[in-house]
Design a protein around this ligand. Structure first.
Ligand code: MG
Length: 158
């Protein structure tokens, strides 16, 4: 077994859909990014790649590459899952925390869990998604953006 960690943050801007964990959350603002800006899936991908010793998202999906403009991060996570598989690893479990002052995410966490589990072909029990605010501290506390951290365990596949 190996463990990896991931982190990501994106700025919140008006007029973009808010996509987190592959789930579109109703809100006035969305995350700015070269792809769909899904900071949660990006943190999960980096945790999985890190656990497998395969580097990070930027190695496979560089933001300089126009192919990934507006990319569905769910597709990128599937690609990461397949890369792990080809390298002899399968995800064991994923635990993630979203750091967001707004919107309130608690009613969407289970959908994110189900979405990530489906993308990774894991039982939902092996995925956990939490949300925290920073009690108003800093740029995240001012609602300027949303961040996410993730830890993933991978197991050697037989
Ligand atoms: Mg990102």
């Amino acid at each position: 077994m190996r463990v990896g960690s991931g982190f990501d943050a994106h700025r919140l801007v008006e007029g973009r859909p808010l996509v987190l964990g592959g789930v579109t959350v109703p809100f006035t603002h969305g995350l700015l990014g070269h792809s769909d800006g899904d900071a949660l899936l990006h943190a999960v991908m980096d945790a999985l790649l890190g656990a497998a010793g395969l580097g990070d998202m930027g190695r496979y999906f560089p933001s300089s590459d126009p192919r990934y403009a507006g990319a569905d991060s769910g597709e990128l996570l599937r690609d990461v899952r397949d890369r792990l598989r080809r390298s002899g690893w399968r995800p064991g479990n994923v635990d993630a925390t979203i750091v967001a002052e707004r919107p309130v995410l608690k009613d969407h966490l289970d959908a994110m869990r189900q979405s990530i589990a489906a993308l990774l072909e894991l039982q939902p029990e092996r995925v956990n998604v939490k949300a925290k605010s920073t009690d108003g501290l800093g740029a995240l506390g001012a609602g300027e953006g949303i961040a996410a951290t993730a830890v993933a365990l991978v197991e050697e596949s037989e």
